[in-house]
Design a protein around this ligand. Structure first.
Ligand code: PLP
Length: 381
């Protein structure tokens, strides 16, 4: 099945009891048993729920995996992955990543004896140089948030296989429509479902997809033991959102291309970070591992002033100033003070995350209106 057909049909069957073609919201915490242990496969909704199970199967199909697991948030999904590890284990992570991921690594899991190394993963040799007998996981985000760097998943997959360690990829920015890390050698793919998968800024959820059955069982054990699962109503909303994922991503990518080109030619813009540009340092890798380049764009202003960035963000009318990304509506943000405020300034500056950096999540509105909105906002400085 091709992507659009999978998005609408994978894992989804009419309800056998009623014939309802939309997956029912099984708003129940528990399930009747005929005699102890004799039930229809569902015992308690922390462990499994029919609405969640349909979504988990659908996500597994979209990522070309065999097992999907859904969580109460993207952070809960990352939490579950790191709980595969033991004290003394080491993780090599990209140095340009979502601030919340950096925070859970450095402020939560480092307290439990897990060691994290942060490295520029565009240099895959630098990743391999950090591997020792304690290394258990390589954690990559690509495109990176917010600098839009591209990391070569296939090259990391080869390194992780050679050393017998796990490779996890946060695929939130790309979505399974644009990129399938499991096909390029990743063992785990993770999503903040909150973003493009849900797509309408109305749900917080996370997911993991894997191919390996043993790894899936370990993750399911942690998911059930720790209990950070989503409710069935949210699973229904995400199933509904995913039915248009392919159409939305085509439009996000098309608008992304238009807006990136517009910004690049604007005299008040210093630099635009978008992997679709031929002069992006890893454009060739992006072309190989992504089907298109999406709607996430970062840019800096000439003069690099925080005041100017603030003024532009306050002047936008269609681009809404808000945390998050991936909804149908365009959003703008200021990573240094918002999504990435938990990363120390020296670390931020090392990756080029300056005070004037503005991040856009380009929505699926009319591109002409978006260009006009940007033009107005830039005229304010
Ligand atoms: C790339 C990335 N990973 C993980 C997360 C965390 O997901 P959630 O907010 O659903 O917990 C986010 C949230 O912004 C994100 O952008």
């Amino acid at each position: 099945m091709k992507f659009g057909t999978k998005a609408i049909h994978a894992g989804i069957k009419p309800d056998p009891g009623t014939g309802a073609i939309m997956t029912p919201i099984f708003q129940t915490s528990t399930y009747v048993q005929k005699s102890p242990g004799d039930h229809k496969g569902f015992e308690y909704s922390r462990t499994q729920n029919p609405t969640r199970q349909v979504l988990e199967k659908n996500l597994a199909a979209l990522e070309n995996g065999n097992h999907g697991l859904c969580f109460a948030s993207g952070m809960a999904a990352i939490d579950c992955i790191i709980k595969l590890l033991q004290p003394g284990d080491e993780v090599i992570s990209t140095n340009d990543l979502y601030g919340g991921s950096y925070r859970i690594f450095t402020r939560i899991f480092s307290k439990y004896g897990i060691r994290f190394h942060f490295v520029n993963m565009e240099d895959t040799a630098a990743v391999e140089a950090l591997i020792n007998e304690n290394t258990k996981l390589i954690w990559a985000e690509t495109p990176t948030n917010p600098m839009m760097n591209i990391i070569d998943i296939r090259a990391l997959g080869k390194i992780s296989k050679r050393h017998g360690i796990l490779l996890g990829v946060d695929n939130t920015f790309a979505t399974p429509f644009l990129q399938n890390p499991l096909d390029d050698g990743a063992d785990l793919v993770m999503h903040s479902v909150t973003k493009y998968l849900a797509g309408h800024s109305d749900v917080v959820m996370g997911a993991i997809v894997v191919k390996d059955e043993k790894l899936a069982a370990e993750l399911a054990f942690i998911q059930n033991s720790c209990g950070a699962v989503p409710g069935p109503q949210d699973c229904f909303l995400v199933l509904r959102g995913i039915k248009t994922l392919h159409l939305r991503m085509e439009r996000h990518s098309q608008n992304g291309k238009t807006i990136a080109a517009y910004l690049k030619n604007h005299p008040k813009v210093e630099k635009v970070y978008w992997p679709g540009f031929e002069d992006h340092p890893n454009h060739a890798v992006a072309r190989r591992q992504m089907r298109d380049f999406g709607g996430m764009i970062s840019f800096t202003l000439t003069g690099n002033s925080l005041e100017d960035a603030r003024k532009v963000l306050e002047t936008f009318r269609i681009f809404v100033l808000a945390e998050s990304l991936g909804g149908v509506e365009s959003l703008c943000g200021h990573p240094a003070s918002m999504t990435h405020a938990s990363i120390p300034r020296e670390e931020r500056e090392k990756v080029g995350l300056s005070d004037s950096l503005i991040r856009l999540s380009v929505g699926i509105e009319d591109a002409d209106d978006l260009k006009k909105d940007i033009s107005r906002a830039l005229e304010a400085i």
